[in-house]
Design a protein around this ligand. Structure first.
Ligand code: ATP
Ligand code: ZN
Length: 303
């Protein structure tokens, strides 16, 4: 077992070599070796895509109204980032940026736009599928990926403010959504084994806001709605969630009027891969030099 000092040296090395720090906490540059690992992981996840899955890619911003309707402000207001911009005439804006606007600096003059920074890749999917009409009880599956933003309070390694999330999302009958999630838990087990990382798959909860949020989180664990694949990065006692497997029940179905072709409200589930966290976990486990990684891991990632 590595000593505490050994662990912190290794984490420090990841932070300043395969990742490059910027002036903003939790916002890093990604180097060539880091992106090689991301590409390998991406291919590994794509290879396991189920037949008939539809691919959708989104930019890292989305409609603020859409996110409000999804209930994000009730659950995670503390993590949200909003796009704001300047308003007014050319003269107003020039005065603001040149610091000549009576007592106001330009930041104070910003106003929220109709956009937010996407906090999870799957939010834009539900209204798109809903607009097409009923889905089969056997479900539709969508493959999404996006850079996501969360205003994280801590900047421990792996807790970034901007990170990539890949997801498979299933919309269908309750048993369809649940079976989908169980299949992905099994595949995740197999993938983590091939990647040669120590891991466990455990019930988990979302970081819900406030005191009421604690109850929601307890309920989530009790009903086994969320599982995480955890890999030790910062410590063995508090391993890092690198994938999550979520059963949303009828939350998105009711919100967006999603129905199965028998008239029932559709249920949804998703399997989410924290791409940057997975890469960080691999460097933390196998070291900084890709050439010295175990041959089987290099092979599965096509390195
Ligand atoms: P955590 O338990 O760490 O707070 P979460 O439960 O909020 O994460 P999900 O909403 O399930 O995470 O997001 C799916 C995946 O995205 C996570 O399993 C993780 O791998 C990744 N992820 C979430 N937040 C971050 C972050 N701040 N930085 C990097 N990756 C993240
Ligand atoms: Zn999701």
């Amino acid at each position: 077992m590595a000593t505490k000092q050994g662990v912190s040296d290794r984490l420090e090395a990841i932070t300043s070599s395969v990742l490059q720090p910027t002036a903003a906490n939790g916002v890093q540059g990604r180097t060539g070796p880091f992106e090689e690992v991301i590409a390998g992981l991406t291919a590994m996840i794509t290879k396991r895509r189920e037949p008939g899955t539809e691919v959708l890619r989104f930019p890292p911003v989305m409609s603020r109204a859409l996110l409000e309707k999804s209930g994000y402000l009730k659950s995670f207001p503390h993590l949200l980032g909003v796009v704001s911009s300047m308003h007014g005439t050319e003269g107003d804006i020039r005065a603001l940026v040149e610091g000549r606007s009576s007592g106001r600096n330009w930041v104070e003059a910003l106003e929220a736009t109709d956009l937010v920074l996407t906090p999870a890749a799957c939010y834009p999917v539900y209204p798109i599928i809903a607009a097409r009409g009923d889905v089969a009880r056997s479900g539709v599956i969508v493959d999404v990926e996006s850079y996501c933003f969360r205003r994280e309070a801590s900047s421990e390694l792996g807790r970034m403010q901007a990170f990539r999330m890949r997801e498979y999302v299933c919309i269908g009958a309750p048993d369809t959504a649940l079976a989908f999630r169980e299949r992905w838990k099994a595949r995740a087990n197999e993938m983590a084994t091939q990647l040669g990382v120590p891991f466990k798959l455990a019930p988990a909860s979302d970081p819900f806001f406030g005191r009421a949020g604690k109850l929601m989180a307890m309920n989530q664990v009790e009903q086994a709605l969320k599982f995480e694949l955890l890999i030790p990065v910062n410590s063995e006692e508090d391993p890092t969630a690198c994938m999550s497997f979520n059963y949303h029940q009828d939350h998105f179905g009711s919100t967006w009027g999603l129905k199965t072709d028998d008239g029932a409200v559709a249920h949804t589930a998703c399997a989410a891969f924290g791409m940057d966290r997975l890469a960080v976990a691999l460097f933390a486990t196998h070291g900084l030099d890709l050439h010295t990684w175990p041959a089987s891991v290099r092979e599965v990632l096509s390195l």
